[in-house]
Design a protein around this ligand. Structure first.
Ligand code: FMN
Length: 367
């Protein structure tokens, strides 16, 4: 409940909303209605442990982890906290390699390879981002994480059943009311309403039409009215007033990513940290040039010159491979020109403070 002196009816809108507000804590067994957003590439177990220990729900992003790395990170979480935590996966369908498209993409990038003195032959093979699989489920089944979340829809019914078999709660992102309905019909325990302000990949999966993407408060309110499961607000929320406001609209909890990126427990790179702490962070856009799928990041040279949306970029996640050598060379020179500087529209909540402290600050207006 909010502690701002408003009667519950004005805080929450209606009785159903009041019930939802308490349910996220019951659902996850957490003291606080906060989820630290899983953020592949900028955090691992340390951030998840710190947030779970502080009473929120810490998350481990697994999209870029091998099964061995996943196992090690899960071991670190289990030995670091006895509290609830979330393990997160992408569930895209890997595309068939398309030699023509790859060659057009390399041609578009060739001037940058020449400028940085890199051989285009050095492009690594492999997609770099894996969807949830039976191999990953094998690793999970040893640990039995209490919460598992999915981005880009849901995995196949048999994979979902494996996750359900040990009693895990299932979360998934929706970016439209249609996606929320689709997820509810498949039995998810809660829906993350990911507004257009959010940093990182858009979870959009039923359409490719970006005109369907709404801001967080517009989306949360519509989804709350349309589905019966608890709704978690995500995107552009960065302080205690924002958390309280999302819950006043009927959200049962809030998922925050960008706000945690400067915490010492995050593994955010030096160029990414510098960009987040600078005026550059005021300029973000949704781009597909880094992976092939729309994602929000701080505008940089590659986005300005080839995007933000490029029709040449190969399908997700194949666009990423040819960016890697450029990124590595530029970052070694202190430049973020070719790095995906994922961030939401509101970086004002980014603080270089321990994640536990930030988690407590974020919940100062909810009890
Ligand atoms: C750096 C970064 C990486 C992200 N990676 C993932 C991910 O691996 N899985 C996922 O479900 N969401 C990912 N997201 C999206 C978050 O789950 C969430 O929707 C978003 O952070 C909320 O918006 P905010 O950043 O404005 O708080 C990422 C976001 C950021 C900023």
């Amino acid at each position: 409940m909010l502690d701002e002196g408003l009667p519950p009816s004005e805080n929450a809108g209606d009785h159903q909303d009041v019930l939802r507000m308490t349910s996220i804590r019951e659902l996850f067994g957490t003291a606080l209605p906060i989820i630290q957003a899983p953020m592949a590439g900028v955090q691992g177990s340390a951030l998840a442990v710190a947030v779970s220990e502080a009473g929120g729900l810490g998350s481990l992003p697994c999209a870029m982890l091998s099964p061995e790395a996943m196992r090690a990170e899960l071991d670190a979480i289990v030995s670091g906290t006895a509290h609830s935590f979330n393990v997160n996966f992408f569930c895209h369908t890997p595309p068939a390699p398309d030699a023509e498209r790859e060659s057009a993409w390399r041609n578009a990038l060739r001037p940058y390879y020449d400028e940085l003195g890199i051989e285009i032959r050095s492009v690594p093979s492999g997609a770099g981002r894996r969807p949830f699989s039976h191999e990953a489920a094998d690793v999970l089944s040893d640990v039995k994480p209490p919460v598992v979340s999915f981005h880009f829809g849901l995995p196949s019914a048999d994979l979902l059943q494996r996750v359900r078999s040990w009693g895990a709660k299932i979360l998934a992102s929706a970016t439209t009311v249609d996606e929320a309905r689709w997820l509810e019909a498949r039995g998810v325990d809660a829906i993350i309403a990911q507004g257009l302000e959010a940093g990182g990949h858009r979870g959009i999966f039923l359409s490719e039409d970006l005109t369907t993407q709404a801001g967080t408060f517009a989306l949360v309110r519509q989804i709350v009215r349309d589905v019966r499961v608890p709704v978690i607000a995500a995107g552009g929320i960065a302080d205690a007033a924002g958390v309280a406001a999302a819950m006043a609209l009927g959200a049962a909890g809030v998922q925050l990513g960008t706000a945690y990126m400067l915490c010492p427990e995050a593994t955010t790179s030096a160029v990414h940290r510098a960009a987040l702490a600078s005026d550059a962070a005021r300029h973000t856009a949704v781009t597909n040039v880094f992976t092939g799928r729309p994602a929000r990041g701080i505008v940089n040279r590659l986005m300005r010159e080839l995007g933000p949306i490029s029709i040449v970029a190969p399908q997700f996640p194949l666009a990423a491979a040819a960016i890697l050598p450029l990124r590595a060379k530029a970052e070694a020179q202190g430049s973020g020109d070719f790095s995906p500087l994922w961030a939401g529209q509101n970086s004002s909540g980014c603080k270089e403070v321990p994640a536990a402290e930030l988690t407590r600050e974020l919940t100062a207006r909810v009890v």
